[in-house]
Ligand binder design. Structure first.
Ligand code: NI
Length: 222
């Protein structure tokens, strides 16, 4: 009798004892970290009115900001995730247009919120949780400015917002029941058109920004 009671209480304690549980249905996960947007831009040629500058192109540099993920586990293996960040800022350049115009055209800021469905193939008892995801992105461009030299030649600078698809791979590693390490890589299809004016003629360039987005940080599971 005593022995049975003892066994039963050991079992009860063992069952109640916490062990590093990874994600399960109903969990809310918040991740924060350094996020880099590295444009792999493929630019069309710059045109002004009916003239196209052969071999010309627009360029973008990369930027790192604070990235945030808000995720909700719909089942033990499937979650929905929103990517947010502090605004990215990129310099825009042009090459191959004309001497005195080539160089820094200006700068822009953008926010690329991305909503994804994420799949975690491993069992919830695994503290290592790799995942894949696919989603939809909206990139909002704002605060577009001509550089001081370009401002003497051109008038106005506008960059069109973009809708596109996104794909990602990542991994969480549970350090405790609620704290995790996270690393992720994402591709976002961002295609846009930049416009400015040279006198009366509209200067235009199509840019497939198509960045790789890298984030490394910590997550917390509620
Ligand atoms: Ni594209």
């Amino acid at each position: 009798m005593r022995k049975t009671l003892f066994t039963a209480s050991v079992l009860a304690v063992a069952l109640a004892a916490p062990f590093a549980q990874a994600h399960q249905a109903g969990d809310v996960i918040l991740r924060a970290g350094a996020i880099t947007v590295d444009p792999r831009e493929d630019s069309g040629e710059v045109s002004a009115g009916a003239t196209t500058f052969d071999g010309s192109q627009a360029t973008l540099d990369s930027d790192t900001q604070l990235g945030l993920n808000f995720a909700y586990m719909v089942t033990d293996n499937v979650g929905i995730e929103l990517l947010a960040a502090t605004p990215f800022s990129h310099d825009v350049g042009v090459k191959g247009v004309a001497q005195g115009i080539d160089g820094k055209l200006g700068s822009l800021k953008h926010l690329p919120p991305t909503l994804s469905i994420v799949y975690y193939p491993l069992d919830k008892s695994s503290s290592f949780q790799p995942y894949v995801g696919a989603g939809i992105n909206y990139t909002w461009f704002f605060d577009t400015k001509l550089s001081s030299s370009a401002d003497q030649v051109f008038d106005g600078f506008d960059v069109q917002d973009s809708w596109g698809v996104a794909a990602q791979v990542g991994m969480d590693y549970m350090l405790t029941d609620s704290i995790m390490l996270n690393a992720q890589v994402r591709y976002i299809d961002i295609d846009t058109t930049g416009t400015t004016y040279l006198g009366d003629s509209k200067v235009k360039v199509d840019i497939d920004v198509d960045p790789m987005v890298y984030m490394v940080g910590l997550g917390y599971k509620f």
